[in-house]
Design a protein. Sequence first.
Length: 267
Amino acid sequence: MKNLKQYANKPIIGPLIKKVMDFAINREVKTVARHFSTYLHPLVANTPELSNESYRIRNEVYCDELHFLDTGKNGLENDDFDKYSTHCLIQHIPTARYSGTVRVVRPEKNGHTIPLQKYCSDSIAKDKINPRDFVPHEVCEISRLAVPSDFRKRQTDKFKGAATGVINQQIYSENELRCFPFIAVGLYLSAASIVIENEIKHTFVMMEPRLARSMSFIGIQFEQIGPAVEYHGKRAPYYINPSLLLENLTPGFQVMLKDIRKSLNHS
């Protein structure tokens, strides 16, 4: 694969090489999907005990490690948005430990907002789509994605940004799926599953531009709707809807998404 890449942008032969590479990558990603379901189990945190596991991981990553937030009471990081959020966890099957979390903030009625509206509403460009344009139950926000340090022991995961899901594209491109960040991508697709299953029309997220690039790398094409601002580091507002997600997701990752949706529906 590495030898093919040097010819991918050449005239005449380039398009053929790209097709060969795409076929190989999709085949490898299907292998990843099988590997994921063998070792990692996504589930909805639908009990107080599971919710606390999510809050504990968030406290470890956002408070103790990154110092973005103050340490929560009893070592649990939560806020008012959690009252109307769906939380997902990924459990590491061999050890039964929880290896990551993400939430989908889902307003249900007037007065409910998403974090983007409360903290960064001015960051959205005037000519771009805005959550205030829709009734509350039509929008959501993906936030608080966290992967604990114990599950980032591989050398490929030891770089700034891995705690909140950024994919190291340089390492990935050199080593392909041997170095794939299973947990982070599983969390992204778990959040997408919640959005699709609940027929939520509009999804927003505040994230680092390099995280958006990571998402495009696996076929999730977020639209940037404003400039980067200072919010737990440099972050920008992004938008996506189910149609944009499904039409761009590569076939291999569609297999993985299907497996994750099935797992969440049975949790």
